[in-house]
Design a protein around this ligand. Structure first.
Ligand code: ZN
Length: 413
C-alpha cells in the first residue's frame, strides 16, 4: 500500500487511527515521534524529534505547542515579539500543517508552518536565539493510485485502501454536486482515484491535487479529470468535457469522519412538504454548514423558530436558508459575499428544534421548492478552443483509471 514512501513514520503522522473516537470539535491526529538520521557534521549530536499537527478551528499557537510537545517558553516569547515570527498568530488557518523539531527536552529546534502549497514560514534555533523567515517550498508531487469498494462507509473504504483522510475529503468535495456522501452511498459502490502527495526535501507535506477519479454510485458512473486551462485555472471536468461543478451542492452539511457516521441512520428528512417547507439534515452539533452556492448573505442572526439562521441570495431569484445553527462562521453577516462550499455556520438545535439538525430551505422567486428535486444547471463545459487539448488529457486519465481499476481488482480477488 505504501510503496514508494521514504519514511513510513512520516506517513502515519498524518493519519487518524481507524476507530479513533472523535468528537465534533477536535479531531485527534496520531502523533508519531520520528527520530531523523543525524546529518554530519554535527557538533553536538542530539536526537531530533519531528512532529506534525493540523491547525484546528479555534486553535491557538500555545495549544499547538502543547500538542506538538514543545516545552519552550522562550520560543513562544520569540514568536510574540519577532516581526516575521509573529505573523503565525494572524495566519492560523484550520487544516494547515505545523511541523516541529524538538530535542528530548522539548526545546524547539525548528518550526515550519506551511502557509500555502508553495510557501513556508520557518523558525530555526541558532544556539540560544531564533530566526524566522519565509522560504519557497521545493515541493515535488508524487502520484498515487488507489481503488476501493464501499462496504460500510467512505472512510472505512479509504482506510482499508491506505488513502489519507484529506484525500477522502477531497474525493467527497469533487463529487459533492452529484453525491450526498451522508445518504447516497450504497454497499458495493466503487471508486478509483489518482492523486498527488506533496513532499518538501523528502518530508511529506500532505495531499496535493486529485488528478483523476471515478466514482460508481448506485450504478451510475461519475468521473473527474483535472484540466488546466490556458490561464492556469484548474477545473475538474467529467471525462466527456462537462463541468463537474453545479450551481448548488447536493448537501449543505460538510462531509467529515464525524458526520459520516450519521449517513445510514439519518437520511435527509422531507417532512410533509406543504407544512414544513424545508429539508432536515441530521448531523452532530458543531458540524460545519456550507453555502450551497455562490451568493450574498441577506441575514445572519436570530429568527424565532428557526433559531440562529443564515439566509443567502443567489443568482436567478434563488434564496437558501439554514436554520437551528449553534453558531455562525467568522465574518458571516448581512452583506458578506460567499462562495459555494464556504462554511457559514455550525449545526445546532436552536429555535424550535428537538435535536441537532440543519433545517434547509430553497426558494425560487419567493416560492419554496424541494431542493432535492429541482433540476439545476451545470457550469460551463470545456471551452471549444481547448477541446483537443482536453480530449488528450481525458484519454490519458481514463486509461490510467482503467489500469488502476483492473490491477486493484486482480490484487484483491
Ligand atoms: Zn426543518
Amino acid at each position: 500500500m505504501l510503496l514508494g514512501l521514504p519514511a513510513l513514520g512520516v506517513m502515519t503522522a498524518f493519519g487518524i487511527a481507524p476507530g479513533t473516537v472523535v468528537n465534533p470539535q477536535s479531531l485527534t491526529t496520531v502523533r508519531d515521534v520520528i527520530p531523523l538520521p543525524d546529518f554530519a557534521p554535527v557538533a553536538t549530536p542530539e536526537t531530533r524529534y519531528v512532529t506534525q499537527e493540523k491547525v484546528l478551528r479555534g486553535d491557538t499557537v500555545a495549544a499547538l505547542f502543547e500538542r506538538l510537545g514543545i516545552r519552550d517558553s522562550r520560543a513562544l516569547d520569540f514568536l510574540r515579539v519577532d516581526r516575521k515570527g509573529s505573523t503565525i498568530f494572524r495566519k492560523l488557518v484550520p487544516g494547515r500543517t505545523l511541523q516541529a523539531e524538538t530535542n528530548a527536552d522539548g526545546q524547539l529546534l525548528a518550526l515550519r508552518y506551511y502557509l500555502s502549497s508553495d510557501a513556508i514560514l520557518e523558525i530555526l534555533r541558532h544556539g540560544d536565539s531564533f530566526a524566522a523567515g519565509d522560504r519557497a517550498i521545493d515541493a515535488s508531487p508524487r502520484v498515487f493510485h488507489r481503488s476501493a469498494t464501499i462496504r460500510s462507509s467512505l472512510f472505512a473504504a479509504t482506510d482499508a485502501a491506505g488513502i489519507p483522510d484529506a484525500v477522502a475529503l477531497q474525493i467527497a468535495r469533487v463529487f459533492a454536486t452529484d453525491i450526498d456522501f451522508h445518504s447516497d452511498l450504497r454497499k458495493g459502490d466503487r471508486f478509483t482515484v489518482v492523486y498527488e502527495m506533496l513532499y518538501d526535501a523528502g518530508e511529506l507535506l500532505g495531499p496535493g491535487r486529485i488528478l483523476a477519479a471515478e466514482f460508481v454510485n448506485d450504478g451510475r458512473v461519475h468521473t473527474a479529470v483535472l484540466f488546466t486551462d490556458d490561464e492556469g485555472g484548474e477545473t475538474h471536468y467529467e471525462l466527456d468535457g462537462s463541468n463537474r461543478a453545479k450551481a448548488f451542492l447536493r448537501s449543505p452539511v460538510e462531509f467529515s469522519r464525524v458526520s459520516s457516521g450519521f449517513g445510514n441512520r439519518f437520511h435527509p428528512v422531507l417532512r410533509n412538504w406543504r407544512a414544513h417547507t424545508g429539508v432536515d439534515f441530521a448531523a452532530p452539533k458543531g458540524t460545519r454548514v456550507l453555502a450551497a452556492a455562490d451568493g450574498n448573505v441577506v441575514s445572519a442572526g436570530w429568527r424565532n423558530g428557526y433559531g440562529n439562521a443564515v439566509e443567502i441570495r443567489h443568482g436567478g431569484g434563488i434564496q437558501t436558508l439554514y436554520g437551528h445553527l449553534s453558531g455562525f462562521a467568522n465574518g458571516v453577516r448581512a452583506g458578506t459575499r460567499v462562495r459555494q462550499g464556504d462554511p457559514i455556520g455550525f449545526v445546532g438545535a436552536t429555535g424550535l428544534a428537538t435535536g441537532p439538525h440543519l433545517h434547509y430551505e430553497f426558494k425560487i422567486s419567493g416560492i419554496h421548492q424541494d431542493p432535492m428535486r429541482v433540476a439545476l444547471p451545470k457550469a460551463t463545459p470545456v471551452p471549444t478552443h481547448l477541446r483537443a487539448k482536453f480530449e488528450a488529457a481525458a484519454t490519458d486519465a481514463s486509461t490510467k483509471l482503467a489500469i488502476v481499476r483492473t490491477a486493484d481488482a486482480a490484487r484483491f480477488e
